[in-house]
Design a protein around this ligand. Structure first.
Ligand SMILES: [Zn+2]
Ligand SMILES: [Zn+2]
Ligand SMILES: [Zn+2]
Length: 329
């Protein structure tokens, strides 16, 4: 909590603590360039702004019209204090979403090769940006997911969400790095059962390809490298994503310790190759009903195995150091 988290103080706000707007009411209030400009000016200000200062910042000449629009915001989005007008959390969220570009822009960047090797074959990878996502492809091998019909690329290595603001003032390689960081944050929230969009409870489910073949290339049945997948679905908003099960292990303490002790920081995966350590592991399905599988991560000859049980929690950790004895915790 920061000291300004005092929105529930009705004496400061003049607003009942449980005031809610319906989505229709909220968007009706926001449906004005003037009001968005006011929220932006208040969001950028270091503290409350007096009426005249806010009006100067927004540049509205007509005082009556300015008051009219400001009064629409006061309550849910803006609070009036003795020192002037101040943005509330709801107003900040609106301006954050607007400035991320997520709701207003859709830049496209064509395929560009970047100076990062494919984790699997060492060939250069290329990135594309479209609809708030960076898609990463290998220029040579099949990658993790094979052909990517949605982006006209082969060797799909993964798709990473990145708001449009993320590609501003960045080279394709820098955008890719930003997308890794952004994706790790999303993955960590998901692995912990917290929706990365709205923070509500996530439902999770595991899937196992019944007829999975080999692992050097994506399987013909499920077209993926790994047989075990994890799916996250928010119980509140429309967030709904799936991927290789490794993401679910992203916050495992033993795995983080194993990786960081060997110089790999999975949260800041710049030092390693194009796709981080979280999607390079061996999997062994021990049972499908109840679900039980073992996931083994290897670095420089040392391995760490995590056995995962039916509730998707890790039930056993085994570390095997090169030349040393296996150790079970
Ligand atoms: Zn490759
Ligand atoms: Zn399969
Ligand atoms: Zn959600």
């Amino acid at each position: 909590m920061t000291p300004d988290d005092t929105e529930s103080d009705p004496s400061r706000d003049g607003v009942p603590t449980d005031e809610m707007l319906s989505p229709e009411e909220a968007f009706a209030v926001l449906g004005s360039d003037h009001r968005i400009a006011m929220l932006r000016a208040l969001g950028e200000a270091d503290g409350p702004l007096a009426f005249s200062d806010l009006r100067a910042a927004v540049g509205t000449r007509d005082s009556g019209q300015f008051s009219y629009h400001l009064n629409k915001l006061v309550g849910h989005f803006v609070r009036q204090t003795p020192d002037g007008y101040e943005i509330r959390r709801a107003g900040e969220r609106v301006i954050e979403a607007v400035l991320s570009g997520a709701v207003t822009e859709s830049p496209v960047r064509d395929a560009t090769a970047v100076d990062r090797p494919c984790h699997y074959c060492g060939a250069p990878v290329e990135v594309r940006y479209h609809e708030d996502r960076i898609r990463v492809h290998c220029t040579d091998c099949e990658g993790i997911y094979g052909a990517d019909e949605r982006a006209d690329g082969n060797g799909h290595l993964g798709t990473l969400p990145l708001p449009p603001a993320g590609v501003q003032h960045r080279t394709p390689a820098e955008s890719l790095q930003a997308a890794y960081v952004w994706g790790e944050l999303t993955g960590m929230a998901s692995a912990s059962g917290v929706c990365p969009r709205c923070s509500a409870v996530l439902d999770e489910s595991v899937s196992v390809c019944a007829d999975h073949e080999a692992r050097s290339e994506p399987c013909e049945e499920c077209v993926e490298r790994y047989a075990v997948g994890i799916h996250f679905e928010c119980t509140n908003c429309i967030y709904d994503r799936g991927g290789a099960f490794g993401v679910k292990l992203l916050t495992n303490t033993d795995l983080l310790a194993f990786l960081t002790a060997r110089g790999i920081n999975p949260v800041e995966p710049s030092a390693r190759s194009a796709i981080g350590a979280m999607v390079d592991y061996e999997e062994e399905v021990l049972s499908t009903d109840p679900f039980e599988a073992r996931f083994t991560f290897a670095v420089d000859g040392d391995t760490l195995s995590l056995r995962v049980g039916d509730d998707l929690a890790v039930v056993e950790t085994t570390v095997d150091e090169a030349g040393g004895e296996a150790r079970r915790d």
